[in-house]
Every structure is written in C-alpha cells, then in structure tokens.
Design a protein around this ligand. Structure first.
Ligand SMILES: NC(=O)c1ccc[n+]([C@@H]2O[C@H](COP(=O)([O-])OP(=O)(O)OC[C@H]3O[C@@H](n4cnc5c(N)ncnc54)[C@H](O)[C@@H]3O)[C@@H](O)[C@H]2O)c1
Length: 340
C-alpha cells in the first residue's frame, strides 16, 4: 500500500492527522524537524493503533531527504502541516518564517514533483485574509495578510497554483487543496494525542492552564471592541473535524485541480465566552485580567464554510463549545506537562 507523507506530523494538528490516517488503515510516514513537535506523539499513535509510523527527523524543505522518503515509501499523497505558526513571533523573526514556511514548501514541492506526488493538501490559514471588510469570510474574500506569518502562507498558495498550472501544461497529474483554518481547538476525544506548545499562544489551552493553576491568570487583550461583550470573536473548529475535512478533501482530489476551502464552524465565540465555557467545563474559576488591544487583532473573524459543504458535503460536527473545551481539558489534566 502506498504511504501518505505527513509533514509536521509530530505537532498538534499533524499528530491528529497521523492518528486519523493510522486509524483508517493507511501507512503513514512523518517528516518533522521536531522544533515544535514531539517524538512521543508518534509513539502514542503507534501504541493506540498498533501500527508502525515512521518518523523521519528532518526539514520538510530538505529536497534530497524528502525525495528519498517519497520514493522509498511510494508516496502519492502529502499532507503538509509543517510550519512555524505564531503570528507575533513572525513579526519579530520574519526570515525564520519565510524559511520554515515558504522556502521549505518550495523544497518539499521540488521533491514531490521529482517523485511523482499526485495529491497535496496544504495547511493554510485565515490569516491570509488579513483584516477582512466583512464577516463571515468566504473564499472569495480578498487575501491581504497583515503579518509575515500570513504572507509566508499566502506565498505557498501562489506557488501551488503555479505548480498545478505547469503540470496542466505538461499533461501530468497534480491536484492540491489549500485549507484555510480558523482557530483550531480541542484534542482527540480518546486522549491519544493533544496540544502541547511551549510557549502556548492559543486561547483554549491558556485558559485551561489557568484553570488548572499552571499559570496565574489569563489576559484579555481588548474589552472595548464592537462585539456583544467587547472582546474579540473567533471561529473555533475542533481538531478532529478539521482532520476529517482533510481526509474528505484528499479523497476528492483528482488529476490536475486546485481547491481552496475555509475550515471553520461558521460562527464565532468571544474571549469571555471561552472563559465562561472553561469555568463551566472545569468547575473551576479562571482568573482574568483585562489588558489593552493587541495590534492587528480584528474584532470578529469567522468563516463562511458553505463552499466545502456544497462541493463535498462536509461540515463540522462538533459544534458545542463545551464539548470542544472538554476534550482539551481531558488532555491537559492527563498531561499537565505536555508529552514530557
Ligand atoms: N493551530 C491553529 O489554530 C492553526 C490555524 C491556522 C493554520 N494552522 C497551520 O496548521 C499547521 C499545524 O499547526 P500546529 O498548531 O499543529 O503547529 P505545531 O507547531 O504544533 O506543529 C507544527 C509541526 O511542524 C514541525 N515543523 C515546523 N517547521 C518545520 C520544517 N521546516 N520541517 C519539518 N518540520 C517542521 C514542528 O516541529 C511541529 O511538529 C501549521 O501549518 C499552521 O500554520 C494552525
């Protein structure tokens, strides 16, 4: 059986992808340089599924390394999750982001072209839209990112479009999808893999760490936005739903084609709603302090997920905020020190 290559498979979302593919009976090979990932996440998938998952420690942009892996494992399908993914850090260290996200994708695509990869699913982001004029955000919304992170991802979308066009002219096969995630949250509900970032920048685990006493408080950045309770509103999609969309999209890709889909649930929750839900789920108080707005934080961001529903019949199934937060809480309580 041909293997699926998962880049960044030792990270938060990638490890959920590896778990799902292994559960579905696929052979999986992971390339991850472990700058933000965990070898133990792969071991956890192996234990839970009774399958062997090869972890190749290296850079996704190392063309020779990746081409060797693709040929040896007969890979036709790639899910490319590997990236640096902190907006604030990208402003401070843009070159690292362009190298890890944009340059690495080019090396990876060179390897894919040389080894005959046919289907490619790319982790893009709603950050490619920047500060949209209106919500909900459809795929037709102009992409005008306001951070190096967003630009590093948008450039990859452009490169992919050019690669597909060149394949079309050459009469070869290359189908890809750019999946623009909104805020990914929650953990595998069976507790096999989870979210373990250091530093953690995502709201749900930060709030839960405060509930568990692992941090003193949560800072709410901005309480005077034009939203119902004054705090920022975002679209939280459960990581298992997100991965389910990847599987659906990969299965639909044929020949030479390009697809782009927003992945969100289509409604937003405010920061205060997340804090309240965390208090409900945990039965504990979450200490908060109110701080000033952060630069470049739009008041409301949520997806119009209609395109993937119309074209592939896919929509998020885990829509209850408490259920999303409970899955993250179960993971954190069992792994207060992450994979350590
Ligand atoms: N978490 C979110 O809410 C969110 C939202 C939008 C998009 N995304 C995208 O989803 C993907 C996964 O995000 P995540 O939250 O799981 O991040 P993560 O940091 O947990 O995982 C990224 C993984 O990629 C690896 N990696 C980074 N650069 C690499 C490189 N050049 N070569 C090989 N491995 C490399 C890291 O070691 C890590 O294991 C990223 O592409 C990110 O931009 C995430």
């Amino acid at each position: 059986m041909a293997s699926v290559l998962v880049t960044g498979g030792a990270g938060y979302i990638g490890s959920h992808g590896v778990l799902r593919l292994a559960r579905d009976g696929h052979e999986v090979v992971v390339v991850d340089n472990l700058v933000r990932g965990h070898r133990e996440a792969i071991a956890a998938v192996e234990r839970a599924t009774g399958t062997r998952v090869e972890l190749v420690e290296g850079d996704a942009g190392d063309r020779a390394l990746v081409e060797g892996v693709l040929r040896r494992r007969g890979v036709r399908d790639v899910m490319h999750f590997a990236a640096l993914a902190y907006v604030g850090e990208s402003v401070e260290r843009p070159l690292e982001y362009y190298r890890a996200n944009t340059s690495a994708a080019i090396g990876l695509l060179e390897a894919c072209e040389a080894a005959g990869v046919e289907r490619f699913v790319f982790s893009s982001t709603c950050a490619t839209y920047g500060e949209p004029a209106a919500v909900p955000i459809a795929e037709t919304c102009p992409q005008s990112p306001i951070s190096p992170y967003g630009r590093s991802k948008l450039m990859v979308e452009r490169v992919l479009a050019d690669v597909a066009e060149s394949r079309r002219r050459a009469g070869g096969a290359f189908a890809y999808a750019a999946l623009r995630y909104f805020n990914v949250a929650g953990c595998d509900r069976a507790g096999v893999v989870g979210e373990a970032h250091d530093p953690e920048t995502h709201l749900v685990p930060i709030v839960l760490q405060a509930a568990l006493g692992l941090r003193d408080r949560v800072t709410i950045f901005g309480t005077d936005y034009a939203t119902p309770d004054g705090t920022c509103v975002r679209d939280y999609i459960h990581v298992e739903d997100l991965i389910d969309a990847h599987v659906r999209v990969l299965g639909a890709l044929r020949g030479v084609e390009e697809r782009a889909y927003n992945l969100g649930i289509g409604r937003g929750h405010s920061v205060r709603e997340i804090v309240s839900a965390a208090e409900r789920v945990t039965g504990r108080r979450v200490p908060v302090v109110e701080g000033p707005r952060r630069a470049g934080d739009p008041p409301r961001l949520f997806a119009d997920p209609g395109k993937i529903r119309r074209e592939l019949g896919w929509e998020a199934r885990i829509r209850d905020l408490d259920e999303i937060i409970a899955s993250a809480w179960n993971w954190l309580r069992a792994h207060p020190k992450g994979y350590a």
